[in-house]
Design a protein. Structure first.
Length: 306
């Protein structure tokens, strides 16, 4: 008997191909509005920024082509380099510390379930709901000479430690970074809690029967199941650190000196205060490339571990 498919079956497959093509194009039509918005408000402005970075332009008069000179200035100017280093320092406070605190709080809330846990989750997530401008204004008051931070230190007898935190050359960047830690810890905690809820409870029971304590249980059972959430948390928090603007602008405006100046703030100053739109565009392109490289590395590491 021949293995050639029967004529009606072959005709049905042939007839179904145009239907599949029509279905595929119909799916593209559904995506088209969102794609058009993305192209108009994300891709085209990014390409235009890269184009402007090749000019010396004040935003008003006719620009002058300078090629890669703006990029040479970005890498050669000490203030611009310092801003990038400050942003990388903020990664520790905006990314690593929130992830660590999020893991600890998620582990505690997942293991020790008590009535009223929803209130704890709400309190930890509250900084994500409050606008960052309001967060910056509040912490600027807390860090003031007579703010709550110095009052608490004086109460416990640490008068010698008190200072104008946001005006101190050694402490300003750390103070701003801790604000980012407070803001992003709740987000990391909620991401990890959602990941913990997907873990099979029988795995915890098996670990406890084997005599695993809370730390061993978290390291051996919970942490391996949070790789996806860890990658998302690292991506979001690193982008927040490198693209930070709101908190820095409201609390210190880059001061004292250039101690807390970050690329996002410099882009704003160069473009709107100094009339150096081309240089600001070049710095924005360098910052975007740095973010893309770090995000790519995080995603590759998370996939290799899986």
């Amino acid at each position: 008997m021949s293995s050639t498919p029967s004529r009606p079956a072959a005709d049905r497959r042939t007839a179904s191909r145009p239907a599949r093509r029509r279905g595929r194009w119909r799916g593209y039509l559904y995506v088209l509005p969102a794609l058009a918005v993305y192209l108009a408000f994300a891709v085209l402005p990014a390409l235009h920024t890269a184009y402007l970075s090749l000019f010396e332009w004040d935003g008003v008069t006719l620009g002058r082509w300078v090629g890669l000179d703006n990029y040479r200035e970005v890498f050669g100017d000490a203030v611009l380099r310092r801003s990038v280093l400050n942003a990388l320092t903020l990664v520790v406070f905006f990314s690593f510390l929130p992830i660590l605190l999020g893991l600890v709080t998620a582990g505690l809330l997942a293991r020790y379930r008590r009535p009223g846990m929803a209130a704890y989750r709400f309190l930890f997530m509250l900084p994500q709901v409050v606008p960052l401008v309001a967060v910056g204004v509040t912490w600027r008051w807390l860090y003031g000479d007579d703010g709550l931070v110095n009052q608490a230190l004086r109460t416990v007898g640490l008068d010698g430690v008190t200072r104008a935190w946001l005006g101190d050359f050694d402490a300003a960047l750390i103070a701003v970074g801790l604000v980012g830690t407070w803001v992003l810890s709740g987000l990391c905690m909620m991401l990890f809690l959602s990941g913990v809820q997907k873990v099979d409870p029988s795995l915890y029971e098996a670990a406890r029967l084997d005599g695993a304590g809370p730390v061993r249980e978290f390291v051996s059972v919970t942490l391996p199941h949070l790789r996806g959430e860890l990658a998302v948390a690292m991506t979001v928090t690193m982008v927040a650190a490198l693209a930070s603007f709101d908190i820095v602008y409201v609390t210190t405006n880059g001061g004292p000196g250039e101690q807390t100046t970050v690329p996002g703030l410099l882009v704003y100053r160069l473009a709107f205060s100094d009339g150096k739109v081309g240089l600001a565009s070049a710095l924005a392109v360098v910052l975007a490339c740095l973010i893309l490289v770090l995000v790519f590395v995080v995603n590759r590491l998370s996939r290799s571990e899986e």
